[in-house]
Design a protein around this ligand. Structure first.
Ligand code: MG
Length: 347
């Protein structure tokens, strides 16, 4: 190995020949002539400091790391005293200085970061008392139906008029003649819980067997809006984007966790309402996540527009703001289904 020629007598550069042996090959390549000797030394020195820095970081020995960074400063200090004779060397010098500076910055950054740097204390989440079980309303929920009355609901056919469905024994049952009902309040983004039951003696088949629907946003009379289908899907074949848990004619449920008729079933829904620009164009589409009997059936599903019975859905001419939540009185001949325990949390 050639003798290392150092064009500086700076005392802090204490890289010894023994240390350079860590990188003998690189030293040989870089020090293969007298003009490049200083570069070879510097390169090996840089690698040594880099290796030391990584080692310190791994062991979290910041005092040692600081000493290493001090040595890097020494390199930066001493380097300009090297005898640079031509353009190539000038370019090399620039590269070395930049590399050393970057290494130094990285080292300082690593030293400056602490676990507390990524710990936040605001905003503070509101304290909410959960229900006794996951089906009971938490303390910040709006109770849309508690088994007593339909005070939160109105007729869709006759807005402002009472919802004409039947309430008895804590249960709400569809009155098909009265038509759809919707909430008096309007909602945008929300979390909703609802329980529904297909009559044990349900008859019919396909879409004509226990059909109802949860319209996540009602945007007009009749069935205008975005329907999460309610249907007897226990051994009842129909088109899959129309079975229980589907976003009607848009989103097939991921699985079919339907219980048999006569048993109570649950929907838990996270609804993100669509947003529209002032000119009526779509700003962001509606999204829904839904659990059916506690099982995920819609996972952040993006709706193409309001439910469309015939044709393709789209948001054209669908611009709307906060909207009521609607329950469907479907016109099939099967017995009406029932609901209970309906609550919603605005998000
Ligand atoms: Mg329906």
């Amino acid at each position: 190995m050639r003798t290392i020629a150092l064009h500086s007598s700076h005392a802090c550069l204490s890289v010894t020949i023994e240390k350079l042996l860590i990188f003998p090959v690189l030293t040989f390549v870089m020090c293969n002539d007298s003009r490049n000797c200083s570069y070879g030394w510097f390169s090996v020195g840089n690698l040594y400091f880099f290796q030391r820095t990584i080692s310190c970081l791994k062991r979290c020995q910041y005092d040692e790391l600081f000493k290493t960074i001090s040595s890097i400063w020494d390199v930066l200090f001493v380097f300009p005293t090297f005898d640079i004779e031509n353009q190539t060397k000038t370019m090399n010098k620039t590269v070395y200085v930049l590399a050393a500076t970057a290494l130094m910055a990285t080292s300082f950054n690593a030293m400056a970061q602490k676990p507390e740097d990524t710990e936040v204390y605001t905003p503070v989440p509101a304290v909410v008392t959960p229900g006794a079980n996951n089906q009971d309303a938490p303390s910040d929920a709006i109770i849309l139906f508690n088994g007593q009355n339909l005070g939160h609901w109105e007729s869709v056919n006759n807005p402002g008029q009472p919802a004409g469905w039947d309430v008895a024994n804590g249960i709400l049952t569809v009155n098909k003649k009265a038509g759809n009902i919707q909430t008096k309040d309007k909602f945008e983004d929300y979390q909703l819980h609802i329980e529904w039951r297909i009559p044990a003696d349900i008859e019919g088949e396909g879409q004509g067997r226990g059909n109802s629907g949860l319209f996540l946003a009602s945007i007009g009379s009749g069935d205008a809006g975005y329907e999460l289908q309610i249907l007897d899907s226990y051994k009842n074949k129909t088109y899959t984007n129309g079975q229980a848990g589907s976003i009607y004619k848009q989103g097939v449920p991921l699985v079919n966790p339907a219980r048999m008729p006569g048993e109570w079933q649950t929907y838990d829904v996270i609804w993100t309402a669509p947003r529209f620009n002032e000119d009526g164009s779509l700003k962001s589409p509606a999204k829904v996540t839904a659990l059916f009997n506690g099982v995920l059936v819609q996972n952040d599903f993006i709706l193409k527009g309001p439910t469309q019975y015939i044709g393709q859905p789209s948001y054209d001419k669908a611009a709307h703001g906060p909207s009521p939540i609607k329950l469907q009185a479907h016109g099939d001949a099967s017995k009406p289904i029932s609901f209970r325990n309906i609550w919603v949390r605005k998000l």
